[in-house]
Design a protein around this ligand. Structure first.
Ligand code: AMP
Length: 174
């Protein structure tokens, strides 16, 4: 699985800023069999975890997050960039590997006491999922784990996430 993902992902140097090697996962999406394998592998890694909701991060967390939630038979909720969600939201600002941003979720995205799995395509510095975790916790829910397709371990994101949950899964790491 890991070598298949690494063979398929395309490295784009200096995107969106000089010095960043962007992991382009769009070639994965052109391979439906690989997409199915990824969905199955993501769900398999989570066996035994109590998950009430999958929260996916805009925008690439929306590619596999909904299908993962369907496989787990739980709701999917979107965490989006500021200004995109139509209903009443709560928000959190954070730093990215390149720049900074604000994310939001609907105030009723998760319920008090629910166990939430946070999913994104890629873990870099961890800033995005830490901000998403803070949002979810503001609503009284807890973080049961994290699921990524790719983790850039040299950026130390895993260490930042451990404060929220030790259940940090990825299918390919660099
Ligand atoms: P971070 O908050 O630093 O963990 O950044 C994670 C978010 O930014 C994810 O939503 C990724 O899609 C995106 N991202 C950050 N760095 C990269 C990269 N080198 N290649 C592809 N996506 C990235």
């Amino acid at each position: 699985m890991e070598s298949k993902i690494k063979q398929t992902v395309r490295d784009i140097s200096d995107f969106p800023k000089p010095g960043i090697v962007f992991k382009d996962i769009t070639p994965i999406l052109k391979d439906p069999a690989l997409c199915r394998e990824i969905n199955t592998a993501l769900a398999a890694q989570l066996k035994g975890l109590e998950i009430d909701v999958v929260a996916g991060i805009e925008s690439r967390g929306f590619l596999f997050g909904p299908s993962l939630a369907q496989l787990l038979n739980v709701p999917f909720v979107p965490v989006r960039k500021a200004g995109k969600l139509p209903y009443t939201t709560i928000r959190q600002s954070y730093d990215l590997e390149y720049g900074s941003a604000t994310i939001e979720c609907h105030k009723d995205a998760v319920l008090r006491g629910q166990k939430v799995l946070v999913h994104d395509d890629l873990l870099a510095t961890g800033g995005t999922v830490v901000a998403a975790s803070e949002l979810i916790m503001q609503l009284g829910a807890s973080i049961t784990g994290y699921s990524f397709i790719i983790a850039l371990d040299f950026l130390g994101g895993r260490d930042r996430l451990k404060a929220y949950s030790g259940n940090i899964f990825s299918l390919a790491s660099y």
